[in-house]
Design a protein around this ligand. Structure first.
Ligand code: MG
Ligand code: MG
Length: 255
């Protein structure tokens, strides 16, 4: 079921979304060669605590997960696509990091992710990250009343494929609201004009994931969470929580 939010609810979701943006900004400022993923998680925790917000990630346990998620961010380095558990890995020069974060406050959730490089970036990583954000922008631009979910999927997929990148199958965006994962699913590739019509008051997490080599293949690591590219090539991920409104897409997870 898709919950259509009132304008007051959208304003309340914006509060949660801004906290996520603050957490991701703080994490990105802290990220540097030698900093551990666990330290990045602590930075995000401090922002959530300061804002008196909860984490929809911490303790999250979908049916497929062997253990509850133990952190407030996912930190996915290099060939890890999404769902990396922050551990004592210390960032190295040239690493490509994706950080996903959520916040819950006032009964509403925000969900957003960024990718960036640490130290001296490899040109191919810069291109991959730039394309992830371009795909996100294209998906957001398609998130308008009168379009359908398939139009968002098509817009994202086209940017990724034209650049020669793979799209991990089985992963994509989703509705967001009182909980982190709601209907409808928002695939990262699809046919235009198909799927659920977009209405004022729908809120979607739009989140392209790209694999540099062009493969779509991935596997789940032994920890039961991290999703890793099958061929070891690098991946990037970008995400915003976006409200569909009669005035156009409203990005809830920016500063
Ligand atoms: Mg997310
Ligand atoms: Mg999400």
């Amino acid at each position: 079921m898709v919950e259509i939010k009132t304008d007051a609810s959208l304003d309340a979701m914006r509060v949660a979304g801004r906290i996520v943006a603050q957490a991701l900004t703080a994490v990105r400022e802290r990220a540097a060669v030698g900093v551990t993923l666990r330290e990045l998680d602590l930075v995000a925790r401090a922002v959530l605590t300061e804002a008196d917000a909860g984490s929809p990630f911490l303790g999250y346990r979908p049916t497929w997960a062997p253990v509850p998620f133990p952190a407030v961010i996912c930190a996915s380095v290099n060939d890890t696509i999404v769902h990396g558990i922050p551990d004592d890995y210390a960032l190295r020069d040239g690493d490509l990091v994706s950080v996903d974060c959520g916040a819950s406050t006032g009964g509403w959730v925000g969900d957003s992710a960024v990718s960036f490089t640490v130290g001296r970036a490899r040109p191919e990583d810069t291109r991959l990250v730039d394309t992830a954000f371009a795909a996100l922008d294209a998906g957001i631009a398609a998130a308008v009343v009168g379009n359908r979910v398939g139009d968002i999927a098509h817009a994202i997929g086209r940017v990724c494929r034209r650049a020669g990148y793979g799209i991990p199958d089985g992963f994509g965006g989703h509705g967001v609201g009182r909980t982190m994962h709601e209907d409808p699913g928002v695939p990262n590739e699809g046919r235009p004009g198909r799927g659920m019509p977009l209405r004022h008051g729908m809120v979607l997490a739009i989140e392209p994931m790209l694999i540099a080599s062009g493969t779509d293949d991935h596997y789940t690591a032994r920890d039961g969470w991290a999703v890793v590219t099958s061929d070891g090539s690098r991946a990037a991920h970008a995400e915003h929580t976006v409200a569909i409104t009669d005035e156009g897409p409203r990005i809830l997870t920016q500063l």
